[in-house]
Structures are given as C-alpha cells and as structure tokens.
Design a protein around this ligand. Structure first.
Ligand code: FAD
Length: 287
C-alpha cells in the first residue's frame, strides 16, 4: 500500500512514529513496544533511521515486522548525509527485499565539523532523485513550518522544499509544532510557492517536562503561553502531565482534521500508552 493513496483517501489518516533500537540488546523490548502500537492499527507507521548509522540496520527489520505481522503499512526513514552511494544503494535493495515501498527521504543532521562539499549527498533532494531511480517507491520528505534551523530565511527554505517535490517527493511530514496557526500559515505559504503535494501534520504529545528542553534544542518550535502554563503547572506531577499532554495533543489533532488537514502523524516515541490514549480520543473522528 502506497502511503500517498492513504493520505489522498477521504478518510482522515492518523499514523504513529517509532524509533528502532540502538543496539541488539534492546531489540526485543523495542519490538514489543512497536508491536503494541501496531496492534492499534493506525493508518501507517514510520520508523526512524539513525543519522550516524547506529540504528540504521534495524529500521528495515522493524518496518518489515509492522507490515508482515499487523498488515499496517510502514514508512521507512532513510538519511543520506553521512552515507556513501553504496550504502544508499544497499539500503534501498534491503527495503525492496523486505517489501517496503514507502520511504521518508531525509538529509540527516550534520555531524559537527562535517565537510558537506566532500559528501556523496548534500541535500535530501539528491537522495529523493536517487531513490526514485532505484525502484517503485512512494517517497516522502520533511518540512519545517517554522523553517529549518539552518535555513537563511523561510522563503529560501520553501524554495528548497519545492526542489524536493520537483524531484519526486509525493508528500511532506512536518516538524512538530504546538500552535496550529503556524501550520495553517505554512500551508498557505507552501501553496503560494507552488508546492502542491499533501502536507502531513506532525504532532508531539509532550507528556513529561524534560521533553521540552530536548524539543527546544532540536526543533526551536515556538511554545504558546497556554502550553507553557500547562508544563509549569503539571510538569512535576508525572500523571497529571501525561493527562494534560495527551489532552493538548488531542485538541491539536481534532482541530487539524476539522480544518481539512488530511493526515496527522503522531510522534509516539515507542510509548504504546500514549498511542492508545490518542487513538481512543479520536476513534470516531478517524472512523
Ligand atoms: P534538506 O531538505 O536537505 O534541508 C536541509 C537544509 O538545507 C535546509 O535548511 C534547506 O533549506 C537547505 N537546502 C536544501 N536544499 C538546498 C540547496 N540545494 N542549496 C542550499 N541549501 C539547501 N533525522 C534522522 O537522523 N533520522 C530520522 O529518521 C529523521 N526523521 C525525521 C522526520 C521528520 C518528519 C523530520 C521533520 C525530521 C527528521 N529528521 C530525522 C531530522 C532531519 O534529518 C534534520 O532536520 C536535517 O537537519 C534536515 O533534513 P531534511 O531532509 O529536511 O534536509
């Protein structure tokens, strides 16, 4: 099943993201959590890919497990900036052999002091073109409603985003955001820039206060006052923060679907409890 067909179907698409184990020692515990999430039967699941190669071998294994055991379509992430052409070719062959036809093509974060001029791939657009040539894949890419942190400005970032669509990217998944008006504004600007492919909204349920610092470091996402108040008030009470974080993410998701966003991708962080509670909260909305 091609993910683009799910996104384009009239039914709202709710999907979850999981990450593979870092080492073979925790493979089974990660697999058990991933399987619990797959058993909830989301529209599809994505499996992240370690930029430095640390976890990359497990991405295809976990993705194949999701598809083969649960019939849930899997979206395998793939990064390129730290990879040779040979490595990218080998990974695409592995995906094909395991029946994985959906790929989220990413550049990956730049390792410190990295010499981009010596890399086989400098940008995700180059990886998209390469994957397109190597098989009948449905290819997605990443986009940033608040602009990619390295970009000069949001218009330049959108120009590069359009290059990814021009190379064959069929949909984009957004970086997390905590204020839906940021997403609506971004979609408006993307359409004005000639980007016509569907945009999947990425939502992160924040269920513990420590996550916030990491989120700010990775994404630079703006935090609305009403969200900051929730973390200030409930951050030191794990159960209350869990309840409030799920309620906040649920409200975001319902508002996105109500405003015609076709697909929401939840950063469920290998936490079946979070995935289950979100699924329950929107069960009639996605039915
Ligand atoms: P690109 O699209 O290549 O963009 C990177 C930067 O280069 C941007 O600033 C862009 O404006 C600029 N740019 C693009 N083309 C050009 C050009 N021709 N000339 C000059 N500048 C250009 N990381 C992982 O390691 N593993 C994962 O599984 C993973 N999954 C992700 C999933 C999602 C939904 C998102 C949003 C991010 C994910 N990331 C992941 C993080 C991602 O790898 C980083 O954000 C990375 O820094 C950028 O990747 P990209 O594919 O967006 O890069």
């Amino acid at each position: 099943m091609k993910i683009i067909d799910l996104i384009k179907s009239p039914k709202p698409t709710l999907s979850f993201e999981v990450f593979p184990p870092k080492t073979s020692q925790n493979f089974e515990s990660v697999r058990a959590a991933v399987e619990e999430i797959a058993a909830l039967r989301p529209a599809f699941m994505s499996v992240t890919y370690g930029a430095g190669g640390g976890t990359s071998d497990f991405t295809a294994d976990i993705a194949a497990d999701i598809q083969d055991k649960f019939g849930v379509p899997a979206l395998a992430h793939m990064t390129c900036v730290s990879s040779s052409r040979e490595k990218v070719h080998a990974v695409t062959e592995t995906l094909k052999a395991k029946g994985i036809t959906n790929v989220l093509a990413l550049r990956g974060d730049l390792p410190q002091g990295f010499d981009l001029s010596a890399a086989d791939y400098r940008y995700a657009s180059e990886l998209i073109a390469e994957i397109k040539e190597r098989g009948d894949f449905c290819i997605g890419g990443a986009c940033y409603p608040e602009a990619h942190p390295e970009s000069e400005d949001s218009m330049t970032d959108l120009r590069h985003l359009k290059e990814k669509a021009d190379q064959g990217c069929e949909f984009f998944t957004t970086q997390m955001f905590f204020d839906n008006s940021i997403l609506y504004n971004f979609i408006y600007r993307a359409r004005a820039a000639g980007i016509t492919v569907p945009i999947v909204a990425g939502v992160m349920p924040v269920t513990n206060a420590a996550q916030i610092k990491r989120i700010m470091a990775i994404s630079g996402s703006a935090l609305p006052q009403r969200f900051v108040r929730i973390v200030d008030r409930y951050g030191s009470d794990p159960e209350a923060m869990m309840q409030a974080g799920i309620a906040y993410a649920t409200a975001q998701i319902i508002d996105l679907f109500a405003n015609g966003v076709p697909a929401v991708h939840v950063y469920s962080m290998n936490k079946p409890e979070i995935a289950r509670r979100i699924m329950e909260n929107v069960s009639s909305i996605i039915a």
